[in-house]
Design a protein around this ligand. Structure first.
Ligand code: THU
Length: 133
């Protein structure tokens, strides 16, 4: 699996975003251990806080597809700044990732920078913090 394909999937998802309020479209694509890709886009709402991020959509698609492990995730948005995931989405990614999972941040021209999850969410809280049922 080429990581370029992952970026392409994120960019294709970005093109489907529903962002009439912010006009800031975002796409995300998750690579899983089977080599499959699950993508999502942001979906805004007239009741602003109800809108969802691209990463949340991609994770929902991954779960629906029967997979639970993020090997890498690409996130693409426009503008000059790095479109790093919001705090809530860092935690959403953390649920299904490892500390060294790659988080690739891209713009229209390609991947700009790659972080590990641990760089973006150090000392994180996760499933292992909870007692096993
Ligand atoms: N957004 C995402 O989808 N992912 C991010 O990582 C950052 C922000 C969306 C939420 C909202 O629809 C728009 O970008 C502006 O915040």
């Amino acid at each position: 699996m080429s990581l370029d394909l992952l970026f392409d999937a994120a960019r294709a998802a970005q093109a489907q975003a529903y962002a009439p309020y912010s006009r800031f479209t975002v796409g995300a694509a998750i690579l899983t251990p089977t080599g499959r890709i699950h993508a999502g886009c942001n979906v805004e709402n007239a009741a602003y806080p109800v809108g969802t991020c691209a990463e949340a959509g991609a994770i929902a698609a991954m779960i629906l597809g029967g997979e639970r492990e993020i090997v890498a995730i690409a996130i693409v948005g426009d503008g000059d700044e790095l479109v790093t995931p919001c705090g809530g989405c860092r935690q959403r990614i953390r649920e299904f990732a490892r500390p060294d999972t790659a988080i690739q941040i891209g713009g229209p021209e390609g991947i700009r920078r790659t972080f590990t999850l641990d760089e973006l969410l150090p000392f994180s809280f996760g499933p292992d913090n909870l007692p096993r049922p």
